[in-house]
Design a protein around this ligand. Sequence first.
Ligand code: ADP
Ligand code: MG
Length: 523
Amino acid sequence: MAAKIVAESVRSSLGPKGMEKMLVDSFGDVTITSDGRTVLDEMDIQHPAAKMLVEVAKTQDNEAGDGTTSAVIIAGELLGRAEELIDKNIHPTIIIDGYRKAAEKALETLEKIAIKVDLKTPDYLRKTAITSMASKLVAEYKEYLADIAVKAMLEVVEKEGGTWKVDVDDVKVEKKTGASLGETTLVSGIVLDKEIVHSGMPKRVEKAKIALLDASLENEKTEYDAKLTIESPEQIEAFLNQEEVMLKDMAEKIIKSGATVVICQKGIDDMAQHFLARKGIVAIRRAKKSDMEKLAKATGGKIVTKLDEITSDDLGYAALVEERKIGGDKLTFVEGCKNPQAVTILIRGGTQRITAEAERSLHDALCVIRDIIQEPRVVAGGGAPELEMSSVLRKYAESLPGRESLAVKVFAETLETIPVILTESAGMEPIDVISELRARHEKGETWAGIDAREGKIQDMSKIGVFEPLTVKKQIIKSATEAATLILKIDDVIASGKMKAPPMPPGGGAPGGGYPGMGGMGEY
Ligand code: ADP
Ligand code: MG
């Protein structure tokens, strides 16, 4: 029941006509999204079984990157309908077996109907990326953003022999408000959300030799408090001089290495900044660790942890390092890197909510592109593959013994939930539409589905709504896994000293509006 309620909460967000959710945290901060994973991540869920549905979304996101809402809806529905079967005195183990067999058959069907994609023509990549963003707040710009996503991914792909390898993390995403989504750009290089530390440093360095430091350019504070008795003004001066000498020494080491740009993961003392500025060296401090790693890969530099050991061999290279003003903030661009496989998508948008949702949508788009590059097969969307699977499963059910066949039939019906929701949100009549779609699939129209935008039945492959096979397969896998796991449980027992008060289903108001509930956290 608890798991079903969680699934209900994301149901209305599915598809291009899906609704957005407004998530409000205990500080009143608002997130607007239709991304299943984000909704569930932000929800204050306490029931252990409901938490497992959150896991479904996570697994789906990690394995495929898209299809989170669908996976959760199907998992919830499988559980809900299992309840009906249990009421009919069918033992959970039989349901589990039936579900597993059905899932296997469903996966087989997907393999059979999938369309092979030639990566040399990025057309399918583009269409799939557009489909993945159709349901999001940023849909107005989906073509534009899809083109950027495809270009970015093709830029970072590594071709090893016949196989292509790609990692979404190789595409850096930065976001800045102050312009429209249509001004989002693809930068070939790394963009850092950091300004140059000292006003005396140049704002632009060509043919930059870049030192990447994971050490601070500051005098370290002692771990213990110590008392220093100073008896004369000379001693104060000597003390300060000594500090200055140490900082100068640090700057000297960088200067000697031949670096013209220093990017430091830790702090840089004012005095050290001054010494570097005097030599025209540009410095950036407190860079993110993930950025440091990207910079190392892009510029071919080594991240140095001990300043004493820095040499010219450790330096990376970029044709241009420049600070530019974007939307009132200063960002640093590292362009023309030694390794050209480094790109940044700089998202622009009117407000932070828009840029944040654009980032989530781009994540989905980048993931589906990766999925296809790794497994170049797609299926059309709009509920077509789900209807095809359910049609195959219905026939399959007839070949099985009584009780198990019931579970397989239930699985088939569950898959139809996706087209049903798409139909509802498109304002069509589910009963008529689904029965017509079933008939068409019986006749062999594999890609008959719901064109949610036009509100009619269409051959989805003709209107270019495609999704990666990987996403669809993973939806079946993650949903079945979670449902069968929960079905196997017949009791929830609080373990250890911390007591787990069983929550009444639906009783946990999301958002911590409940006195004494909000900060309860894990049990
Ligand atoms: P998920 O988190 O599961 O990816 P989405 O909100 O992205 O959820 O919706 C995905 C569903 O919407 C898929 O079943 C997909 O086939 C469907 N879909 C996408 N574009 C269209 C369209 N133009 N017409 C009908 N269905 C569509
Ligand atoms: Mg999606």
